[in-house]
Design a protein around this ligand. Structure first.
Ligand code: FAD
Length: 309
């Protein structure tokens, strides 16, 4: 099943760039169940979802979906949209921070441009007492992302964090290099299609590396977000933090909106901090395809809805 999953995952992630697949999924995806993973297409819809998650004791982050922006005007529009999102979160009193992608803020147009855009948002969030997490994208983005993260920290901003991916060989070293900054880090397995020259092809190796990274990060980072739905890893982290006396304010579990909602609530019930990553917006295509690649059953879920219509 493990090998089959790897093949499935690569097939879906490759199909993402097929124009026919893109056209079909963009046209029917929302009706077929993308709404399970996306909190609506507008900020108003997202706010309703965020409020109801908060009411259940779940923390949240939100993301305006989009990536790979290729022109300055669009990227600057994304900055404005995030200013509005941060202001709205404050006005509504939501327990919600922001997670964003640097290619949405124009990283492909230049590292300096993306840095200035994200700095504007981190500064705005700081004034509101909020926090920005910089998501991690393809392996080619890791160096610029970590450089921008370090620059923001050197500028004196502490309300910013980033993400490390257990699938990449380099991550163990990246973590060591970041730890002196007492960083706020989210650990994930990694959602992108990567060559064996940079990433573990076998899931078992990714899982093993995740545990190794978590055991190094939890006691030594400023804050650790354990972002996974993997119950084995979650149980391991619970056991590890108890044995090492790592307080429940030093880490949190993070899961995706629409994935394992019962497990999210069960962890809250046990007294753990849980954050649900809750994206919204019309540009949900790439996000949805990554969620489909993670689980064959999700493709069946969409196809069943297609047959039912
Ligand atoms: P898996 O071993 O893939 O899954 C474990 C179990 O979880 C599965 O058996 C299944 O029961 C359940 N599950 C997993 N995925 C799904 C799904 N899509 N639908 C239904 N059930 C599922 N990746 C990045 O590369 N960069 C990021 O910045 C990033 N940020 C993330 C933020 C959060 C809060 C989360 C939860 C994930 C993020 N990811 C990111 C994605 C991550 O890299 C994985 O692709 C994703 O979390 C699936 O892996 P898993 O850890 O849940 O483990």
């Amino acid at each position: 099943a493990m090998a089959a999953n790897g093949i499935f995952r690569r097939a879906i992630l490759s199909a993402t760039h097929n124009p026919l697949v893109a056209r079909f999924v963009r046209r029917y995806g929302m009706r077929l169940g993308a709404a399970r993973f996306v909190a609506g297409e507008t900020l108003d819809e997202a706010v309703r979802v965020l409020r109801s998650l908060n009411a259940k004791g779940l923390r949240t982050n939100t993301t305006l979906l989009g990536e790979g922006v290729k022109d300055e005007a669009t990227a600057l529009g994304v900055v404005d949209a995030y200013i509005e999102i941060l202001d709205r979160i404050a006005a509504e009193g939501l327990v919600t921070n922001v997670a964003l992608k640097l290619t949405h803020l124009g990283l492909d147009l230049g590292e300096e441009f993306a840095y200035r855009n994200v700095r504007t948002l981190v500064e705005h969030a700081a004034a509101l007492g909020n926090f920005i997490r910089i998501d991690m994208e393809e392996s080619t983005r890791v160096d610029p992302t970590l450089r921008i993260y370090r620059r923001l920290r050197a500028d004196g901003y502490d309300n910013v964090g980033t993400v490390l991916q257990a699938m990449l060989y380099r991550t163990v070293q990246d973590l060591e290099d970041l730890l002196p900054l007492k960083p706020n880090l989210r650990l994930v397995k990694g959602a992108y299609l990567e060559p064996a020259s940079v990433a573990y092809p076998k899931k078992a190796d990714v899982d093993r590396n995740y545990i190794r990274l978590a055991e190094r990060c939890l006691p030594n980072a400023g804050f650790t977000a354990i972002a996974t739905h993997d119950e084995r890893i979650i149980a391991h982290v619970i056991d590890f933090t108890e044995r090492h006396g790592i307080g429940r304010d030093r880490f949190e579990f993070q899961m995706l909106y629409g994935v394992r909602p019962q497990l999210q609530l069960e962890l809250v019930r046990q007294g753990y901090r849980v954050l649900v990553a809750t994206p919204f917006g019309t540009e949900w295509y790439f996000y949805l395809m990554r969620r489909l690649a993670e689980r064959p059953a999700n493709v069946l879920f969409l196809l069943r809805n297609l047959v039912k219509r």
